[in-house]
Design a protein around this ligand. Structure first.
Ligand code: NAD
Length: 254
C-alpha cells in the first residue's frame, strides 16, 4: 500500500471537490512525520523538563539561558527536518486547487508550511524562527543568531525572547480574529494533527462544525473533537492529506 491508498467515503470526496473556501487547521502532529517532536507523546521531553515548565514567561524570567537553549535545540531539529508529502499536498492545493479562498491556520511554530510553499499561513502561536525584544522596543532578530547566554536587546531595556506564544499568554488577536473569520466563511474545514486540547485554538473547528459545514479530522488517535465531527480519518497527516488532495487534484504524487 502506498501512502495515498487511503480510501475516502464518496460523500467526503464529493465535498472536497465542491468546496469553494477551504480552511485547514494544523497542529504538532502535522510535523511529526518530518521528525519534529510533538509535545504530548514520545520525544516531548528535553533534559528531563516538560514543555509546560519551559514555555512560560515565568520560566524565561527565572532562567532565560535555559529557555533559549531549549529553543535553539528545537530550532536545530526544525532546520534538519524536511516537509513531507502532506505539507507538499497543502502547498499544491493552495497553488492548483482552484479554490475561491484557501486559508491555512497553524498552531505550529516551525514555519514548515511556508518552507513547503504555502503563502497564506496564519500562525496562531508565532514562530521559533524569530525573536523580539520583550520590552516592546520593536527590535527583532533571527532566532538562530541569538546567543542563549547573552540575549540582551540592543535597546538595553529587555532581553530578546522567542517570538512564540507561551502558556499563559494571549494569542495574537489579529491572527485569532482572522482564523475565526475564515471559519465563519468556510464551506469546508480540515483539522490535522492536533490534540484539540490547547485553547483557544481548539475552539476553532466548532465554528465551522456548528454551521453544518463538513469538517474532517485527520489524526491517528481519537481526540475530544472526534465525536462532534461528521468525518474523521484515523490516519497520519501525510496519508490523510494526500488522499484529500487527490480528491481535488486527481491522481498525482506530492
Ligand atoms: P499536541 O502535541 O498536543 O498533539 C499532537 C497531535 O498530533 C495528537 O493528537 C496526536 O495524536 C497527533 N499526531 C501524532 N502523530 C501524527 C501524525 N503522524 N499525523 C497526524 N497526527 C498525528 O499538539 P497540538 O494540539 O498542536 O498542541 C500543542 C502546542 O504545542 C501547539 O499549540 C504548538 O504551538 C506547540 N508545538 C508545536 C510544534 C511544532 O511547531 N512542530 C511541536 C510541538 C508543540
Amino acid at each position: 500500500m502506498t501512502e495515498g491508498a487511503l480510501h475516502l467515503p464518496a460523500d467526503l470526496a464529493a465535498a472536497v471537490r465542491a468546496a469553494g473556501h477551504l480552511v485547514v487547521l494544523t497542529g504538532a502532529g502535522m510535523s511529526a512525520e518530518s521528525g519534529v517532536p510533538v509535545f504530548r507523546g514520545q520525544g516531548g521531553l528535553w533534559e528531563g523538563f516538560r514543555p509546560e515548565d519551559l514555555a512560560t514567561p515565568q520560566a524565561f524570567g527565572r532562567d532565560p539561558e535555559r529557555v533559549w537553549r531549549w529553543y535553539r535545540w528545537r530550532l536545530d531539529r526544525v532546520r534538519e527536518a524536511q516537509p513531507h508529502a502532506g505539507h507538499r499536498a497543502l502547498a499544491a492545493l493552495e497553488r492548483d486547487g482552484g479554490f475561491e479562498r484557501f486559508t491555512l491556520v497553524t498552531q505550529n511554530v516551525d514555519a514548515m508550511h511556508q518552507r513547503a510553499g504555502n503563502r497564506s499561513v496564519i500562525e496562531l502561536h508565532g514562530t521559533i524562527t524569530r525573536a523580539h525584544c520583550e520590552a516592546g522596543c520593536g527590535r527583532t532578530a533571527e532566532a538562530h543568531e541569538v546567543d542563549p547566554a547573552a540575549a540582551l536587546c540592543a535597546c538595553g531595556r529587555g532581553r530578546l525572547r522567542p517570538s512564540v506564544v507561551w502558556f499563559g499568554e494571549s494569542l495574537p488577536a489579529d491572527a485569532m480574529d482572522e482564523a475565526a473569520e475564515a471559519l465563519e466563511q468556510a464551506d469546508m474545514a480540515w483539522v490535522v494533527g492536533t490534540s484539540s486540547v490547547v485553547y483557544p485554538a481548539a475552539a476553532l473547528p466548532g465554528i465551522a462544525a456548528r454551521r453544518g459545514v463538513p469538517v474532517v479530522e485527520v489524526n491517528p488517535e481519537e481526540t475530544p473533537l472526534t465525536g462532534q465531527l461528521p468525518y474523521s480519518l484515523r490516519s497520519s497527516a501525510s496519508a490523510g492529506l494526500v488522499a484529500l488532495a487527490r480528491a481535488r487534484l486527481g491522481e498525482r504524487e506530492f
